[in-house]
Design a protein around this ligand. Structure first.
Ligand code: FAD
Length: 386
């Protein structure tokens, strides 16, 4: 039997890779190690669960035991890898040293929060980036019942999706963000305003252009003080201010990293021999896409590489579908700054085309009824990683 393959992280990247490797090699020893509960789940569904009143148990597709059995793999849960020794090819978990033949880092990304709050607010202030977080937030919300006041901080994909979903689930929502319009990294401002208008019209208290100055307990609730001095009362606060690739393990082991993630080439190889990385933690040939399709393509290519067929990964022109039924949004943000955004449409149905000087399509954004142009435009746009 060949040297064991150890995968750190059991999110969609780690789990997807294990599945692909097992499909190609029935005998390889595979160990999945995860700091969380190890349930298999689809992370994108976390921001659609409240409208459907889905308890966390309904989102867990397979338990770690079922995963281990289905993949003939060892799955170690609630286990944090603390160190890597690339020379000895070992991992450190407390005093334990675990030898690997190949190591894959699929450690994801962690919420990045630009302010702090009192630890005493732990039962009121949340981030949701995995199923365990969802369990905690869901339990707190269930204790409050329908009509709870939820303040969401951050108007990126995660903040907007949860705002729409929690509103649909019967709660009262406020959205606070420093940008003038939602989804600033995905949409030109004119289209962001279309989504913002739809959220406002649906009853979401939109506090755009505002940051949070402080969070304080106010009896059983939380008072958010904004930078204009206004105070917003909330039963729960959900912070969605962005994600940072988890690179600490790689950093400490001397691997090449940047704020965009663990640096890899097209083969998902890091700067250290026999160590690969994929998913939200990895910056592949200069790009960290942080979406499902790129990590699925990476898992497929890496599985081929690890089973004897070196395969570079390529990403297509894969648009992001934002799950805001109040105003559907699809976007393929351009990789380089466009010379202009050409915008057409009216009402809530807009198409925006990011173009270079010569009028070539670099990316696009669509709202409302225009989202049906997704496939046609994706065919015309350049791939993310050719
Ligand atoms: P993660 O799922 O974060 O997994 C990381 C794993 O690493 C975890 O198991 C963690 O426990 C483990 N880990 C980390 N450090 C250690 C350590 N030291 N030791 C052991 N284990 C460790 N993308 C889309 O394409 N479409 C969508 O609609 C969409 N919706 C989304 C909605 C939400 C609410 C969120 C948060 C994201 C969404 N995304 C969406 C993004 C997509 O879900 C992620 O890109 C993807 O799930 C990342 O998977 P991952 O396996 O790389 O990371």
């Amino acid at each position: 039997m060949s040297d064991p393959l150890i995968i750190v992280g059991s999110g969609m990247a780690g789990m997807g890779l294990a599945r692909q490797v097992r499909a190609r090699d029935a005998r390889r020893a595979i160990t999945l190690i995860t700091a969380d509960s190890g349930d298999e789940y689809s992370k994108p569904l976390l921001s659609t669960g409240f409208a459907k009143h889905l308890p966390p148990a309904r989102l867990a597709m397979r338990s770690p035991l079922e995963v281990a059995e289905a993949l003939s793999a060892v799955v170690r849960t609630h286990t944090r890898v603390e160190a890597i020794d690339p020379r000895e090819r070992t991992l450190g978990i407390g005093a334990e040293r675990l030898a690997y033949g190949d190591l894959v880092l699929a450690t994801g990304a962690a919420p990045s929060v630009p302010f702090t709050w009192d630890a005493a607010l732990h039962d009121r202030v949340f981030t949701i980036n995995d199923l365990d977080d969802y369990r905690g937030f869901h339990a707190a919300l269930s204790r409050l019942g329908p009509g709870a006041r939820v303040a969401i901080v951050g108007a990126g994909l995660v903040g907007c999706e949860f705002a729409n979903d929690l509103l649909a689930g019967g709660h009262r929502i406020a959205l606070v963000a420093p940008e003038a319009a939602p989804l600033a990294r995905l949409l030109p401002p004119a289209l962001g305003r279309v989504l913002g208008g739809a959220m406002h019209d649906a009853g979401i208290d939109m506090r755009l252009g505002r940051t949070v100055a402080s969070l304080q307990r106010d009896g059983e609730a939380v008072a958010l003080t904004l930078d204009d001095g206004d105070t917003l009362p909330a039963d729960l606060v959900l912070i969605a201010t962005g994600l940072m690739p988890r690179t600490e393990l790689a950093d400490a082991a001397g691997l090449e990293t940047s704020t965009a993630g663990i640096q890899t080439d097209r083969y998902l190889a890091t700067s250290a021999p026999r160590i690969h990385a994929l998913g939200d933690c990895a910056c592949v040939a200069g790009l960290n896409a942080m979406y499902v399709q790129p990590l699925q393509a990476s898992a497929k290519a890496l599985a081929a590489t690890l089973t004897g067929t070196p395969t570079p990964v390529a990403y297509g022109a894969w648009p992001v579908v934002v799950k805001t039924p109040l105003c559907p949004v699809v976007a393929l943000p351009p990789r380089q700054s466009p010379a202009r955004w050409r915008i057409e449409g009216d009402g809530s149905d807009f198409s925006a085309f990011a173009e270079d000087e010569a009028g070539r399509l670099l990316g696009f954004a669509l709202t409302g009824g225009c989202v049906r142009r997704k496939v046609e435009l994706a065919r015309a746009a350049p791939p993310l990683l050719p």
